[in-house]
Design a protein around this ligand. Structure first.
Ligand code: GLU
Length: 291
């Protein structure tokens, strides 16, 4: 029986870069330090962007870095029923509602609201949901769903927060004498987030919370860019009766201009570095984990 379980959870929508290498190596090292288990999860719910060759490259790149994981690998696209069950639970608690606006209708609503002053944005800079679908009658909701209209299932965040009460999480630094502090969750900063869509019964927030619980993850180690997502994750854990792991949000690897590495900034992939003669030991040094 392992007491600690850590995971690396990449999305196969591109090749891994140094930022992924840092996150994966850190998880792997921390799992070893804790005498725990390291698992790999493939977050491939976005069928339009995920590709099998990227998934194959993830395995190849991680092995090259000297990382091994406990099989089987969980691929989210194979577990949609688990997410559907979680959504059903939230629905029966009356905490989820469908909204029917298209993306451009939402943009137009935000523009409209901004005529009266700035409209709030979430921690990723995306405007909060501006619509009024929550006030729609049950009859109207059912009529539109039956008519086959596309919809997004949203969390009624205020009602959910009222139900769950004040929440916080343990944020830990790294190392044997690392300090742990409590961070107060602020789920309201995300507004009524989308938890599922007509064509996909899940979302990043929902599936990550369901999977971390199902896989017994005790320590979530991931990038600082996901720090405030933890507010929504804590809320979903509380509503679904799931345990809360300890969190460690690590520094991000940046490029020479100080920007976070990403597909958008055309970060050099690990496979390109490898082809250019860079070794796994070099990669560890490059991300500050060299020995
Ligand atoms: N799949 C997410 C990503 O690639 C990571 C999710 C997580 O660690 O919570 O950014």
């Amino acid at each position: 029986m392992y007491t600690s379980v850590l995971r690396f959870a990449p999305s196969p929508n591109g090749y891994l870069h140094l930022g992924h290498a840092y996150s994966a190596l850190l998880n792997f090292d921390m799992a070893r330090e804790l005498g725990g288990r390291f698992i790999l999860r493939i977050e491939d719910i976005d069928a339009a962007r995920c590709r099998p060759e990227y998934e194959a490259a993830i395995y190849e790149d991680l092995r090259w870095l000297g990382i091994s994981w406990v099989e089987p690998v969980r691929r989210q696209s194979q577990h949609l029923a688990d997410y559907q069950a979680a959504i059903a639970k939230l629905e029966s608690a009356g905490l989820v509602y469908p909204s029917f606006e298209s993306r451009s209708e939402i943009n137009a609503l935000v523009t409209e609201r901004e005529r009266h002053g700035p409209w709030p944005r979430d921690p990723d800079g995306v405007p909060l949901y501006p619509g009024r679908a929550r006030q729609m009658s049950m009859v109207e909701r059912e009529r539109r769903r039956r008519a086959g209209e596309p919809f997004a299932l949203r969390l009624a965040t205020d009602a959910a927060v009222a139900r769950a009460g004040v929440l916080s999480w343990s944020e830990t630094a790294r190392g044997p004498r690392a300090e742990t502090r409590r961070v107060t969750a602020v789920p309201q900063q995300w507004g009524d987030v989308v938890l599922a869509r007509k064509e996909l019964p899940t979302s990043y927030h929902l599936s990550v919370v369901v999977d971390d619980a199902l896989q017994g993850v005790t320590n979530v180690v991931r990038g600082q860019d996901l720090f405030w997502s933890t507010s929504i994750h804590r809320l979903l854990q509380a509503l679904l009766g799931l345990p809360d792991p300890v969190y460690h949000h690590h520094r991000l690897i940046t490029d020479d201009d100080g920007r976070k590495l990403s597909k958008a900034t055309h970060a050099t992939s690990l496979r390109e570095l490898r082809a250019a003669g860079v070794s796994a030991a070099d990669v560890k040094r490059m991300v500050g984990l060299g020995r």
